[in-house]
Design a protein around this ligand. Structure first.
Ligand SMILES: O=C(O)c1ccc[n+]([C@@H]2O[C@H](COP(=O)([O-])O)[C@@H](O)[C@H]2O)c1
Ligand SMILES: Cc1cc2nc[nH]c2cc1C
Length: 343
């Protein structure tokens, strides 16, 4: 279904050798050196660039909110979409700062959203409550996946060089925790957290809600579309689709927090090479994020105690990618006539 190329390790080796010729002790720019090599392997460019970046925010609702698992009511999803449209959310401000193209996509908000400055690709008016029935049909999961795929392809055609995938969906830390429990086979209590800010008692209730859903559906991670249809979210499916599209086009993907990284794991179930095109932006406070990052084999660039979502943590980490690529503008020992050190 998806066609993701392998990394170009040869170009990586060539850039690695060039980085060692720059006027600095070998390895002294630390992780930034590794980053520019990874970006070269992804993009097949000796001088990779990540600008301009693009930010896609997928919004959808979750039937499981009926179980009382969030600190906020469901209508906040639609209200925040309007806030994104008007430019008032954190990701709007941060996107402007990093010069990103920005789009917000309704892939499954529970109500109709007035106005036109957003992409209306609604697949369904929110998922069903997965404690009682499947969240959506296989067909709906596939539709949502391809909404994300199309939106990312469009942004890439318009020239973005790095993709940030954000989300908005009240209840989606419950959905992401259920997906991660199915994928990692870890007990729910090590994954589940406070999301938007619930009490310890509510976290305990949230754990039971997720365990009920897992017992009902017995989801199998070797069948990712079924996994999404049983216990997924429409925005999570779309995020996975967007990541698959970016990897197909050799566009680096900068990951955000817990929900985004869970979507990344889902994308990896569709194609094992997608993860090669991902860089973890930040570590979210949600406990499951640590597990998701470990499973993906990624170490985040920053850890600022953030837990917002929307793509905000990735946007904050983005300038580090610019530092990494700009490193290649340094002089070499030869061009600057600086003596090289020995052993
Ligand atoms: O990205 C994260 O790590 C993250 C952690 C906690 C909460 N969120 C955001 O908060 C919402 C989900 O929280 P909740 O409590 O309603 O499940 C959703 O809109 C996410 O964007 C995001
Ligand atoms: C206000 C608010 C903003 C958000 N942005 C992403 N998730 C969110 C959840 C809430 C509640």
């Amino acid at each position: 279904m998806f066609n993701v190329p392998s990394l170009n390790k040869q170009i990586g080796n060539e850039v690695s050798a060039y980085v060692d010729q720059l006027t600095k002790p070998a390895g002294s720019l630390g992780r930034l050196e590794q980053l520019v090599i990874e970006l070269a392997e992804m993009t097949e460019a000796h001088f990779p660039t990540v600008t301009p970046p693009g930010v896609l925010v997928f919004a959808a609702d979750h039937g499981v909110t009926k179980e009382g698992i969030s600190a906020f009511p469901q209508e906040v999803t639609a209200q925040m979409v309007l806030n994104f449209v008007r430019g008032g959310a954190a990701i709007n401000v941060f996107s402007k700062q990093i010069g990103a193209s920005f789009a917000v996509i309704d892939v499954g908000v529970a109500t109709d959203i007035p106005g036109e400055d957003f992409v209306n690709e609604k697949v369904k008016y929110g998922t069903n409550n997965f404690c009682e029935q499947e969240a959506m049909t296989n067909e709906e999961a596939k539709q949502a996946l391809f909404v994300g795929h199309r939106q990312a392809k469009k942004m890439i055609e318009n020239g973005i060089r790095c993709l940030i995938v954000g989300e908005m969906g009240i209840g989606n830390t419950t959905t992401a925790s259920a997906l991660l429990a199915a994928i990692s086979r870890k007990p729910v209590d090590v994954l589940v957290g406070k999301g938007t800010g619930i009490s310890d008692e509510m976290v305990e209730h949230k754990r039971k809600v997720i365990e009920r859903a897992l017992a009902l559906h017995q989801p199998d991670p070797s069948a990712p579309l079924e996994l999404l249809s049983k216990i997924g979210g429409l925005e999570i499916a779309a995020m996975a689709g967007a990541m698959l599209a970016a990897a197909e086009e050799r566009i680096p993907i900068l990951l955000d927090g817990f929900i985004c990284t869970t979507a990344a794991l889902v994308a990896n179930l569709f194609h094992p090479h997608v993860g090669d095109y991902m860089i973890a932006g930040h570590r979210s406070q949600e406990p499951g994020h640590r597990v998701a990052l470990e499973l993906l084999g990624k170490e985040p660039l920053v850890d600022l105690g953030m837990r917002l979502g929307e793509g905000s943590g990735a946007a904050v980490a983005f300038p580090l990618l610019q530092f990494a690529t700009n490193m290649l503008k340094m002089a070499t020992f030869t061009s600057a006539q600086v003596s090289q050190g020995g052993e």
